[in-house]
Design a binder for this molecule. Structure first.
Ligand code: GLY
Ligand code: MN
Ligand code: MN
Length: 441
């Protein structure tokens, strides 16, 4: 399968939009990530800094992007030099010549030229933008460059008077996805959906959680999503009541549910899908009742997504559905309105309804309006998860025994469109009938 990439025009447009937000005579500096040591001579799979990736598409460690907003805006990349010996050991490098040709930068240099040139760039700028607090050594590097210019003031050097943290400027761009980004997000959702299908097909009592995790990773990698977007949660029975359970080392029991929260990463973009299904392929009556309740809540929330809607309102809607259902099942008791105002369902629905999704699984972007009192209105191009759940731990003595040890979450990825929404999660079985049918095969 061909490796999926965004077109170059996408990255050029992003830099354009960032330039438009910059003040005249300013400079912005972004850093790539470094390799991270796992142990001794081995590294974790490289993951690019997502802001840097968003603006460059350049996927090598140790690089710096400089954007200069002057009469003619300039995008300049500093990267690792070509080095035959290093490349024989560690892999090919793009190098400054090819970087300029293939990535649409106005100029490219090696990192060796950075220190000297940064000094001149800072000398000519009134304002410096950078994403502060993301990376301590990068922050220090910036202050060092500024100090160095200050120290040369007698030679006529100056440095920007104004420093601006531009994290929010990039976040607001990242929050609204383009058509090309949505294409990739659809693809990674389909791949992840296939992985969930495969997990359902391969699950039987007696297997270990990690065996099912292996099936998922196999399916991701087979379609080009070599790495998961986050550590997969494969949680049998009561383990599902640990929200970020990633030990994945227990045996699966006949009669339990299995909760899987797993999504691949493709061209930097995450999918984040959760499915919960019976280990033996057939829901018991209590499992069915709780599952259907979570599914109803999820579907009603998804149906309500359109421009202008808010996550705050969807959270209220979700609590209404869950509270009513929990009352009917006898898990909650009392007056509906009182339970609702006391947020009684939150005892069993212990996390938020959803989050932005994109280059990060918990993607960037403000959740609130400027006044902070309200969650912001949805706009076309935003992508979010909708993931209600109910969690009743084994040790909960306040409910009938039949409900204990059940943890359920159902999570889809939804894009806001001009007219309403598009569910990107199209092929991970979700209804009780679809799951039982697939598992009966
Ligand atoms: N997979 C993490 C989450 O659902 O938020
Ligand atoms: Mn999620
Ligand atoms: Mn998830």
């Amino acid at each position: 399968m061909k490796h999926t990439q965004l077109p170059l025009s996408e990255f050029i447009q992003r830099r354009q939009r960032f330039f438009e937000q910059m003040l005249d005579d300013s400079i912005a500096i972004f850093s790539a990530n470094k390799e991270v040591t796992r142990s001794n001579d081995t590294e974790y799979p490289f993951c690019q800094n997502k802001n840097f990736y968003y603006l460059t598409g350049f996927n090598e460690p140790e690089a710096i992007l400089v954007l200069i907003k002057s009469a003619t805006p300039q995008a300049i990349l500093f990267c690792q030099p070509k080095d035959p010996l290093a490349e024989v050991w560690h892999g090919r490098r793009i190098g400054e010549v090819k970087a300029k040709q293939d990535y649409g930068f106005d100029q490219c240099f090696t990192l060796l030229q950075l220190t000297e040139q940064i000094s001149d760039y800072l000398n000519e700028a009134n304002t410096l933008y950078f994403c502060r607090g993301q990376n301590e050594s990068f922050d220090q590097q910036i202050y060092q460059w500024l100090d160095s210019n200050k120290a040369k003031s007698r030679q006529g050097f100056s440095s920007p008077k104004q420093l601006i943290d531009c994290q929010n400027m990039v976040e607001e761009l990242r929050l609204i996805k383009s058509e090309d980004e949505l294409t990739i997000m659809r693809q990674v959702n389909v791949i992840s959906g296939k992985a969930h299908q495969r997990a359902m097909e391969k699950t039987t009592a007696g297997k270990f959680e990690y065996q099912i995790e292996a099936e998922i990773l196999h399916e991701f990698a087979r379609y080009g999503a070599r790495f998961p977007a986050y550590n997969s949660i494969v949680a049998g029975g009561d383990n599902a009541n640990i929200l970020h359970y990633t030990n994945n080392d227990q045996q699966l029991n006949d009669g339990d549910l299995l909760l899987i929260d797993a999504g691949g990463e493709l061209a930097g973009y995450a999918a984040d899908i959760t499915r919960t299904f019976p280990v033996n392929g057939v829901f018991s009556a209590p499992q069915k009742a709780l599952y259907q309740l979570v599914l109803d809540a999820q579907q009603q929330c998804i149906q309500a997504i359109k421009p202008g809607q808010t996550l705050g309102h969807l959270n209220e809607l979700c609590c209404e559905v869950l509270t009513k259902g929990l009352l009917e099942l006898g898990i909650l008791s009392g007056d509906y309105q009182t339970l609702l105002s006391e947020k009684a369902c939150k005892k069993y629905f212990i996390h938020g309804l959803g989050h932005w999704l994109g280059l990060d699984v918990h993607d960037v972007g403000d959740y609130h309006m400027v006044n902070r009192a309200q969650t912001r209105a949805f706009e076309a191009g935003m992508v979010m998860t909708i993931e209600p759940g109910l969690y009743i731990p084994l040790e909960d003595n306040e409910v009938d025994e039949k409900w204990r040890g059940i943890g359920i979450r159902i999570e889809d990825n939804i894009a806001v469109t001009d007219q309403g929404h598009e569910n990107l999660t199209v092929n991970a079985p979700k209804s009780i009938e679809a799951i039982e049918q697939l598992m009966a095969k």
